[in-house]
Design a protein around this ligand. Structure first.
Ligand SMILES: Nc1nc2c(ncn2[C@@H]2O[C@H](COP(=O)(O)OP(=O)(O)OP(=O)(O)O)[C@@H](O)[C@H]2O)c(=O)[nH]1
Length: 227
């Protein structure tokens, strides 16, 4: 028996057995969760798909030379988290998405982050989570006030857990930026970041694990990049 992102998994004694990782993509309607999922699966931006479909997709990936069986749940909540147990009890990690051209979607992401914080409290576990601002190609439609969000948010509930945050564009390939925490303050670091790869598949790093659990010391030590 060994642990996969902190959850016990049987029969993983063999070196070749892939890690199994369940990732739930959360966020308000229209932020681009389905587009991100489709792009991750097909490596392309596809504008026509069923946006209301909530489904789970599988992908075999190689991360740090290790096979990973990744399952991605593209959730379809309305404007607030609903029937959350379906993904809370299933996922090992969470990607909370907002759209950089929608202040409402950014503010809505805090309800998901609060939900995850409550979930961690109730289960006495910590879960890797990442906040991702999508539609970076629409950044010109931000208001001046909106441009200050990532820094404003640094002192707010959204980032109270040292949550790693990224911005991306699903429909272009070159505009991904990392908002990393440096010396207790948030600042933008340019892409390519430390986890860049030509293919931009999911990058999962585990620099610090709690001894014996395979679980990270802090949520910010896990990064998953799908865009
Ligand atoms: N400009 C731009 N449009 C995007 C991007 N990503 C997604 N979209 C568009 O945004 C719209 C909503 O995308 P979806 O992927 O359906 O969003 P969703 O979060 O899955 O929405 P629900 O399924 O309703 O929860 C679609 O018209 C997409 O084509 C992006 O990076 N840039």
């Amino acid at each position: 028996m060994s642990s996969v992102f902190g959850k016990p998994r049987a029969g993983s004694g063999q070196q070749s057995a892939p890690l199994e990782v369940n990732l739930a993509i959360l966020g308000r309607r229209g932020v681009g969760k389905s587009a991100l999922t489709v792009k991750f699966l097909t490596r392309r931006f596809i504008s026509e798909y069923d946006p209301n479909l909530e489904d789970t997709y599988s992908s075999e990936e190689t991360v740090d030379h290790q096979p990973v069986h990744l399952r991605v749940m593209d959730t379809a909540d309305l404007d607030t988290p609903r029937n959350c147990e379906r993904y809370l009890n299933w996922a090992h990690a969470f990607l909370v998405v907002y759209s950089v051209d929608s202040r409402q979607s950014f503010e809505g992401s805090s309800s998901y982050l609060e939900l995850l914080a409550l979930h961690e409290k109730e289960t006495q576990r910590s879960y890797p989570a990442l906040l991702l601002g999508n539609k970076l190609d629409m950044a010109q439609y931000r208001s001046l006030r909106q441009r200050a969000w990532p820094w404003r948010a640094g002192s707010g509930a959204c980032f109270s857990r040292s949550l790693p945050a990224w911005t991306s564009s699903t429909c272009s390939t070159s505009s991904t930026r990392q908002y990393g925490r440096h010396g207790g303050r948030w600042r933008r670091t340019p892409w390519p970041g430390p986890f860049s790869s030509p293919r931009r598949g999911p990058c999962i790093t585990r620099p610090h694990s709690r001894p014996g659990t395979g679980w990270p010391a802090a949520p910010s030590t896990h990064f998953l990049l799908l865009a």
